[in-house]
Design a protein around this ligand. Structure first.
Ligand SMILES: Nc1ncnc2c1ncn2[C@@H]1O[C@H](COP(=O)(O)OP(=O)(O)OP(=O)(O)O)[C@@H](O)[C@H]1O
Ligand SMILES: [Mg+2]
Length: 332
């Protein structure tokens, strides 16, 4: 039986762009599914199809056991959605915004207010409850939008880049809210560009790129796909980077990755601690002084690099890929 969210062969084309190119996944009830990918990968398009906001060209999807194309109204009643761009009414206060959503869901005025106050507290917005949303900062709007999406604790929840634009404390706060929500039985699909976020929250992850799922599994399974550990070296002098890179290229299992401004090199390896010792010996022989060296488990960024040949920038850019590319080019 398909899970709480099910997609099969979803295709969606916009002009020349294949936003979705045959996307499949199946999310068991009561679990968190992370859709991870760079700008333009097809994350928002997937969410829009699953939440009935967009019709696919072909393919099939079910949410809470209901076909999204045949029963869009019933699907809408079973889901909560927090979109990539916060949808709040500028001229209402925070309290009024959430209360209005409660009343749309047929709560009494009193219950809607009670629930709104609870959520404002949970999202750290209690002090701003009576201010109009137009005076809110970007992160406050984001949190207000998320709070509004949680008014009725839907059985299936979609969050499109929920923590983009939140500071570390509020991001951590949202992670706690998400864990509570899922402990209460909700199934959650979240999209993210933050690799550590998928790592921390998602039971299962699908990595998407150019409208296709290029890898799937638990975070550990994905990490195992890179074939082992990663050796990381920080050289003391910038001039030593080419020589250090040559050593890692020879002893490692792939193309070393270089972050020039931090003088950090990393490469996947299969020899574990023994190989680390060998790298250290070679660096020493060549007289390359190092500030740091270590062996670590691969991050999802390493996974993405090994799958696609380019890394995901986990920065805060949500405006498009332009900035990311130039930042990456500077690094290489
Ligand atoms: N309404 C539309 N009209 C034309 N092209 C679109 C439309 N919606 C999405 N696209 C294109 O489809 C592709 C996938 O877009 P989508 O919004 O799903 O990406 P995303 O993974 O959510 O990216 P981001 O991380 O930037 O939010 C992109 O190339 C985008 O330009
Ligand atoms: Mg998006």
């Amino acid at each position: 039986m398909p899970g709480a969210i099910y997609a099969e062969g979803l295709v969606k084309t916009f002009g020349d762009v294949k936003a979705l190119d045959g996307v499949d996944f199946d999310v068991p009830e009561g679990t968190v599914f992370g859709l991870l990918g760079p700008n333009g990968a097809g994350k928002t398009t997937s969410v829009r199809v699953l939440t009935t906001l967009l019709q696919p060209d072909s393919g099939r999807a079910e949410v809470a056991g209901l076909d999204v194309l045949k029963y869009p109204n019933e699907v809408r009643r079973s889901i909560g959605l927090s979109g990539q761009f916060a949808a709040v009414d500028e001229y209402l206060t925070g309290l009024e915004n959430i209360q209005m959503v409660g009343q749309l869901y047929q709560l009494s005025a009193r219950d809607a207010k009670k629930r709104a106050l609870e959520l404002l507290e949970q999202f750290n917005l209690a002090d701003a409850a009576h201010r109009t949303a137009k005076t809110y900062s970007g992160g406050m709007r984001r949190r207000l939008d998320l709070a509004a999406a949680l008014v009725v604790r839907p059985p299936v929840m979609f969050m499109d880049e929920p923590t983009t634009g939140l500071d570390p404390r509020n991001r951590q706060g949202l992670w706690d809210v998400i864990r509570d929500l899922v402990a209460g039985g909700t199934t959650l699909l979240l999209t993210t560009q933050y690799l550590e976020e998928a790592d921390a929250l998602a039971d299962n992850i699908a990595v998407v790129d150019h409208g296709k799922v290029i890898a799937r599994g638990t975070s550990d399974e994905l990490k195992d796909q890179t074939g082992g550990d990663v050796v990381e070296v920080v050289t003391h002098r910038r001039e030593d980077l080419p020589a250090a890179r040559e050593i890692l290229e020879r002893l490692g299992d792939g193309e070393p990755k270089l972050a020039e401004h931090t003088r950090r090199l990393s490469v996947p390896v299969s020899g574990g601690a023994k190989l680390l010792a060998e790298v250290l010996r070679e660096l020493d022989t060549r007289g390359i002084e190092i500030d740091d060296i270590g062996l670590r488990r691969p991050t999802l960024d390493d996974v993405f690099l090994s799958l696609t040949g380019h890394s995901v920038d986990s920065g805060d850019d949500t405006t498009g890929s332009g900035q990311n590319t130039s930042a990456k080019e500077r690094e290489q």
